[in-house]
Design a protein around this ligand. Structure first.
Ligand code: CA
Length: 435
């Protein structure tokens, strides 16, 4: 292991790592028996964060799906999202990683140099790893707010009265700014008529501090990936206000992306990588494999989280709202392969574009994404759906599992807002609260 990886692991800030464990990241997988498939290389170094989005990568290593397609994947736990970003800038040649799991639009913003101090490292988005499986947890101290997916219904005036009562704005956090987790909490608040830039305070905080903050009242909500929402409820720190599946059914979540120089040099290996991920996603989506998946992920080497917490999350079993109402619906939990909107894994450009549009909405990256044209150009430069289609063809997937276009069509959110990828500007114009 490189000094850099050790260093970033030791620095902590561990998103997703249980707060009661010290780091424990950077595990290297045992060399697997990769078969000779005539690939340009047999090895690749990928990073992961121990949340359910990374499950296809872990499962592909553990169940031999990568090895089957000739790849020996060195999958290393990243201490935090900033560590993952810094490690991919280094690349495996520099002791870092070639790619891995990302919140969006991290790979595109690394490509543009927008989150890497201007250093542009072109990256390629290859597949969606998981849909849904994220949520917004609220502290027990704000149970009286009765926060739910539809704030207009359950919590009118709550955020302003909280500020009046306590003298402080309601604080909500996530572990990396200007990406999925912040985008979800902003969407939720704005749909509820709450201006996230005016009526609440949004903060980037390491997971460990967030949980402590929710316990001692310095913070009231946390936007995060499974199994954290379940863990927070189980540990009686807070309650699950909303799942992201409630906000937008079968929404895009985190993606597999790799440095473009690696893909350009190893196109066959990139397709092999996708074949392993696709087969792992198919395996993970089967109900009969959930228990085994929870067992695999739970090990110290990977997530170091108790099996029951992972199993509940994988099966879509949640205790919802301030009342902790049990709700079990696998269709509302993490999805890896199949859904009523078609294949999860395929990197629909209409879905990756949405994160760039939300970035425009909130003025996350001024000078980089200021217009729909810029957003589309970045999206087209970075999403390689052709490689996914090649992998699907080589795997002999049935036609029903192979998308025929780069748009999934119109998308509808819980508040009735419609995103038509054919007219992104109309979507942006329809949003009442924006920066
Ligand atoms: Ca996530």
């Amino acid at each position: 292991m490189s000094a850099t990886l050790v260093g970033s692991v030791m620095l902590g800030g561990c998103l997703g790592n249980p707060p009661d464990t010290a780091g424990g990241g950077g595990d290297k997988t045992a060399p697997s028996a990769a078969t000779d498939k005539g690939l340009e290389t047999k090895t690749i170094s990928l990073g992961f964060i121990p949340i359910l989005e990374a499950a296809p990568l872990v499962v592909a290593v553990e169940k031999g799906f990568f090895a089957k397609h000739g790849l020996d994947v060195n999958l290393t736990k990243q201490a935090s999202w900033p560590s993952a970003r810094d490690n991919v800038v280094l690349g495996s040649a520099g002791g870092g990683i070639d790619g891995g799991q990302w919140q969006m639009p991290m790979p595109q913003m690394i490509s543009e140099g927008a989150i890497t101090d201007g250093k542009k490292v072109p990256m390629v988005v290859l597949a969606m790893l998981m849909s849904q499986g994220n949520g917004i947890a609220a502290a027990n101290a704000v149970k009286d707010g009765n926060l739910s997916v539809d704030l207009k219904k359950t919590s009118p005036g709550f955020f302003d009265s909280f500020a009046q009562k306590t003298g402080n704005k309601f604080k909500a956090s996530y572990t990396f700014p200007k990406a999925n987790q912040e985008i979800w909490i902003r969407y939720w608040l704005a749909a509820g008529g709450v201006d996230p830039d005016k009526q609440v305070e949004l903060l980037t905080v390491p997971a460990t501090e967030t949980l402590q903050g929710m316990k001692n009242g310095t913070m009231q909500a946390f936007s995060t990936g499974d199994p954290w929402p379940s863990r927070i409820v189980k540990d009686k720190v807070g309650y699950l206000a909303a799942t992201t599946a409630q906000l937008w059914k079968v929404h895009p979540e985190e993606y597999l992306a790799v440095r473009a120089d690696w893909v350009d040099k190893h196109p066959k290996a990139a397709v092999a990588l996708l074949k392993g991920v696709i087969e792992a996603q198919q395996w993970l989506d089967k109900a009969e494999n959930k228990a085994e998946a929870a067992k695999i992920l739970s090990s110290r080497k990977w997530y170091n989280i108790p099996v029951p917490v992972l199993e509940q999350s994988l099966k879509g079993e949640y205790l919802m709202g301030a009342a902790g109402k049990p709700e079990t619906d696998p269709a509302m939990g993490p999805l890896y392969w199949a859904s009523d909107r078609g294949v999860i894994s395929y990197p629909y450009k209409s879905l990756t574009l949405w994160f760039l549009l939300e970035s425009m909405r909130w003025k996350f990256y001024p000078g980089v994404i200021d217009s729909v044209e810029q957003a589309k150009a970045i999206n087209d430069r970075t999403v390689r759906d052709d490689l996914w289609l090649q992998a699907a063809k080589e795997l002999g997937l049935p036609a029903a599992d192979i998308p025929t276009g780069s748009s999934r069509g119109k998308e509808t959110f819980f508040d009735g807002v419609v995103y038509d990828p054919e007219n992104p500007q109309a979507y942006l114009d329809s949003l009442k609260i924006k920066k």
